[in-house]
Design a protein around this ligand. Structure first.
Ligand SMILES: *Cc1c(COP(=O)(O)O)cnc(C)c1O
Length: 388
C-alpha cells in the first residue's frame, strides 16, 4: 500500500485524501515523497511565514526545545512574556493577550471574552458575516457564515445574526444596543480572499461605537505581515476591541492569540479561561523568530510583482486578481480552480483551489522575486491547460 492508501484507511474521511504527500522543504521549495520539487505558493495556508526550515526558526525552536519545551500555565516563562510585549508594541496600543494553540481556539477565547461583556451589559446576540470563516469548534463555528459547514451541527448556544459582507447599511440595521459583538475578517479569507469596499471596516467601528457592541477583528489569516502590514486593520486605521491571530504567527508551529484592547483585556477574571498547551515556550520562541524576520517592504514589493505578473497572463479564463500583499486570489471566469491547482502542481507549483472560481496564492513571506517570476512565467500555460 502506498502512503495515500494508508492515509485513506487510517484517517477519518473529513479531509478526503490530499493529492500530494510532502516530505521536506527549504525556503519556498518543497519536495514530495517521490522527490518531485515544487515552489510552494500556499505556505501551509498562509502559515509558513518564513518558508520551510528557515535557519532563524530552526535555531529558535531547537534552542527552546533543548532548554524547556513546556511549563503549562501553572508556571510562567520568558518567551511568552516577550511575545506578549512584542505584540503590544506592534499594535501600538494597551493590549493584554491570551495564548491558545490554533485559530479556532483564539476565536473561542474571543467569544467567551465578548460573552462576559454581553452578560454584564444584558446584551443578547452576536453579528457576523455571511461566508465568513472563524473556525470549526462550536463557538467559532456558530459565527461561521457558511451554512454547509455550520447548520448540521446546530443549534448553537448563542444567537448569531448574519449580514452580507461589505454592506455597511445591513450592518447598521442589524447591530443594535442589544448586540454583544460583531465578528469580522478585514478581508474574508476562506470565502475567496474577498476585500470589502473601502470604508467598510471604519463603518463597522463607528456602528460598534454608537451601539456599544464590541468589534472583533479575526485576523487569523490576514495578520503577521501577510498584507504588507503587520495587521490588516492597521491599513484601515481602525482599532478593534478584540483581535484574534494564529496562522502566520508561529511560522508553522501551533499558536493562536486573543488580544483584548484597553478594558476589554481585563474582562476575564482568574479561572475564567485556560489552556494547557497555549503559549508553550517552543511556539512562543518560533513566533518571536517570525516577528524578527518578516520584512514588510519585501512582502509589498513581491506581492505587487506577483499580482501584476499574474494579471498580465491575459488568458480568457482569468477574470482578475484580488487581495493585498502576498495574499491573493486569481479569480476565474469559469469554475475551474481545481483544474488550475492540478495543472499548477504538474508544472511544479503548489496553489490552492479555494473556491470553484478562485485560486489562492499565499506563499511564504520570504518568497523571492525570482520565485515569483517563475510562477508568473508558467501561469499562462497553467491556465491554458486548466481551460482544456
Ligand atoms: C484558518 C482560520 C480560522 C481557524 O483557524 P484554525 O487554526 O484552523 O482553527 C479562523 N479564522 C480565520 C479567518 C481563518 O483563516
Amino acid at each position: 500500500m502506498n502512503l495515500y492508501e494508508r492515509f485513506e484507511q487510517a484517517f477519518m474521511p473529513n479531509y478526503g485524501v490530499p493529492p500530494v504527500a510532502l516530505a521536506r522543504g527549504e525556503g519556498s521549495r518543497v519536495w514530495d515523497v517521490d522527490g518531485k520539487e515544487y515552489l510552494d505558493f500556499i505556505g501551509g495556508i498562509a502559515t509558513s511565514s518564513l518558508g520551510h526550515a528557515h535557519p532563524a526558526l530552526v535555531e529558535a525552536v531547537s534552542k527552546q526545545v533543548a532548554t524547556i519545551a513546556h511549563t503549562s500555565n501553572l508556571f510562567l516563562h520568558e518567551p511568552e512574556v516577550l511575545l506578549a510585549e512584542r505584540l503590544r508594541t506592534l499594535l501600538n496600543a494597551p493590549t493584554r493577550v491570551f495564548f491558545a494553540n490554533s485559530g479556532t481556539e483564539a476565536n473561542e477565547a474571543a467569544y467567551k471574552l465578548a460573552l462576559k461583556y454581553g452578560r454584564r451589559e444584558g446584551r443578547s446576540y452576536f453579528v457576523a458575516a455571511e461566508n465568513g470563516f472563524h473556525g470549526r469548534t462550536i463557538g467559532a463555528l456558530s459565527l461561521t457564515g457558511k451554512q454547509s459547514i455550520r447548520d448540521q451541527f446546530g443549534p448553537f448556544p448563542v444567537n448569531v445574526r448574519f449580514v452580507p459582507y461589505g454592506d455597511a447599511d445591513a450592518l447598521k440595521e442589524t447591530v443594535t444596543g442589544d448586540c454583544i459583538a460583531v465578528f469580522l475578517e478585514p478581508t474574508q479569507g476562506e470565502a475567496g480572499v474577498v476585500p470589502p469596499p473601502d470604508g467598510y471596516f471604519e463603518a463597522a467601528r463607528e456602528i460598534c461605537d454608537s451601539t456599544g457592541a464590541l468589534l472583533v477583528a479575526d485576523e487569523i489569516q490576514s495578520a503577521i505581515g501577510r498584507t504588507g502590514h503587520w495587521f490588516a486593520h492597521q491599513a484601515d486605521g481602525v482599532t478593534p476591541d478584540i483581535l484574534t491571530l494564529a496562522k502566520g504567527l508561529g511560522g508553522g508551529l501551533p499558536i493562536g492569540a486573543c488580544v483584548g484592547f484597553g478594558d476589554v483585556g481585563r474582562l476575564f477574571e482568574k479561572g475564567d479561561h485556560g489552556s494547557t498547551f497555549g503559549g508553550n515556550p517552543v511556539s512562543c520562541a518560533a513566533a518571536l523568530a517570525v516577528l524578527d524576520n518578516v520584512d514588510l517592504g519585501h512582502v509589498r514589493s513581491t506581492g505587487a510583482r506577483l499580482r501584476t505578473g499574474l494579471e498580465a497572463a491575459g488568458h480568457p479564463l482569468l477574470k482578475g486578481v484580488r487581495g493585498r500583499g502576498l495574499w491573493l486570489a486569481a479569480v476565474l471566469n469559469e469554475p475551474r480552480s481545481a483544474q488550475v491547482q492540478q495543472a499548477a502542481a504538474a508544472a511544479g507549483f503548489l496553489v490552492n483551489a479555494l473556491q470553484p472560481d478562485a485560486v489562492r496564492l499565499a506563499p511564504p513571506l520570504v518568497v523571492t522575486a525570482d520565485e515569483v517570476d517563475a510562477l508568473v512565467a508558467a501561469f499562462p500555460a497553467i491556465l491554458a491547460e486548466a481551460a482544456k
